[in-house]
Design a protein around this ligand. Structure first.
Ligand code: B12
Ligand code: SF4
Length: 410
């Protein structure tokens, strides 16, 4: 039996240099599937879809809400060719009823324990429309993702350098920030993987990694233990924020922390100090900046952009507040009747889909473009990225370009 899992293409942010990373969801779901199935993964962002695939089941992996329309198009095309279609991924956890309209079957939430059942039921002709569970699978039992299903050299390289592998060390978050759906999807408890299983996975990765956990910061002891054990594995990595505490940052650096994504949400010395502290420990910072919150006026946004130019961020990613399903932002804006655009293709964090409180839709859209333009005016994004790479290469002298004899990784 053959399962083809497609990760559909999505509309990228217009201002951003394009980097395609090997998605983790499809190969994590694939890891649950038993040997009676041959599994293929196709990331439509980097390769064409074989519409005439001889698969028995088409799996669709929808991570982002803005991927959903393309996923549904593919679902219809494959069903018209007589294929059974099984849809899973984060967006299915947010909008199961919608996904179910386009599939023979859906897996709601984390796939472990469910995708196996769906495929076994397919083999006996009894695949159910919905697979879901109460609670979450045992994080200690989550298998290692099947990284060999990607041709990294072919599809995930930039200027001859192989890009990062995605690694997950925990799920869930005890916080509940306004724009975020992670606590809804992954639960309000921080579920951590045993460090041995993280390290076993890490050893199958290339020397560059993106630790995708949304909030390692919520567990200081886990960070310390993880970073202590990660040191010596020869990895360099990017992550979401880690605790701004000298001991944690020192351990992180020794474990190969390259740079962190860090939300910058206001004009304050506290933010400046945090960025400086990361830098003092040899860790870069990419600011993630959300525009369009209710207290953002046009004047504030302009001053905010100016402030960002002074705080020595290594990179910046600007996004527009987007009311993704099951977030506080959605509940709030929906309650006030301010969401006017429900086309999921516009939910890529680069479109205004709601009425901002203190400016017009057009003004916010213009300020978003201006933010990208101003931040990268003197030094382009490519140049800033190259500087970060140079910094990295100095700390890993063994790393060679693809094709050279040593230090290459797959
Ligand atoms: C990695 C990541 C990215 C990477 C993606 C790289 C790639 N090629 O995949 C990058 C950096 C590109 C990215 C970008 C964005 N991201 Co992002 N990202 C994530 C992150 C941190 C991790 C996702 C992940 O890999 N999880 C681990 C895997 C194992 O979990 P999973 O995908 O859910 O897979 C499981 C199940 O869903 C299921 N499953 C998955 N596939 C399949 C398939 C089948 C057939 C089945 C049955 C089951 C199944 O099984 C898996 C195992 O249980 C999440 C937050 C999070 N922690 O989940 C945000 C997240 C997905 N991103 C989010 C957002 C908003 C964005 C942006 C739109 C804006 C931004 N900057 O944040 C941008 C895109 C901008 C643009 N238009 O270009 C939101 C999603 C909101 C939404 N509803 O769309 C999230 C949830 C963050 C958040 N806290 O709100 N992101
Ligand atoms: S933004 Fe980060 S800290 Fe806040 S709820 Fe989401 S995952 Fe947790």
């Amino acid at each position: 039996m053959k399962l083809l899992i497609i990760y559909p293409s999505w509309p990228k942010l217009p201002g951003q240099t394009r980097f395609d990373l090997p998605p983790l969801g499809p190969i994590q779901a694939a890891a649950c599937v038993d040997e009676s199935w041959q599994v293929e993964v196709c990331d439509e962002n980097v390769q064409p879809v074989d519409m005439d695939s001889d698969c028995d089941v088409l799996g669709l992996s929808i991570m982002l809400t803005c991927q959903a329309p393309r996923a549904y198009e593919l679902a219809h095309a494959f069903r018209a060719r007589g294929k059974k279609v099984l849809i899973g991924g984060l967006h299915v956890g947010l909008c199961p009823e919608e996904a179910a309209e386009h599939a023979d079957s859906i897996v709601v939430g984390e796939a472990e324990g469910l995708i196996e059942q769906a495929l076994a039921d397919f083999q006996t002709g009894q695949m159910k429309p919905v697979y879901r569970r109460e609670g979450f699978p045992d994080i200690a039992q989550v298998p290692r993702p099947r990284r060999e299903l990607y041709d990294k050299k072919k599809y995930y390289s930039h200027k001859d350098w192989e890009l990062v592998d995605l690694v997950e060390t925990s799920r869930g978050c005890r916080f509940n920030c306004y724009p975020c759906c992670t606590p809804y999807l992954g639960g309000r408890q921080h579920r951590i993987k045993p460090i041995e299983s993280v390290l076993a996975d890490v050893d199958s990765c290339s020397d560059l990694m993106f630790i995708v956990d949304n909030s390692l910061e919520q567990n200081v002891e886990y960070q310390k233990e993880l970073f202590r054990r990660l040191a010596g594995h020869g990895k360099h990595w990017v992550s979401h924020p880690i605790s701004c505490d000298s001991e944690v940052l020192k351990l992180a650096r020794e474990a190969g922390c390259w740079y962190v994504y860090h939300a910058v949400y206001n004009i304050s010395d506290k933010i400046k100090d945090r960025i400086k502290m990361y830098h003092d420990h040899g860790i870069g910072v990419e600011g993630t900046i959300l525009l369009g919150l209710d207290d953002h006026t046009e004047d504030f946004t302009k001053r905010f952009i100016d402030f960002l130019l002074t705080v020595e961020l290594d990179l910046a990613e600007f996004t527009i507040l987007t009311p993704f399903p099951h977030t506080e932002a959605y509940n709030h804006l929906e309650r006030e009747g301010r969401i006017f655009d429900r086309d999921w293709r516009h939910y890529n964090a680069g479109h205004v889909v709601y009425e901002p409180k203190q400016m017009s839709v057009d003004t916010l859209q213009r300020l978003f473009d201006q933010a990208w333009g101003d931040f990268y005016r003197d030094e382009s994004q490519e140049l800033k990225m190259s500087k970060l790479f140079l910094q990295l290469l100095r700390s890993m002298p063994g790393r060679k370009r693809r094709g050279e004899s040593q230090g290459t990784h797959s």
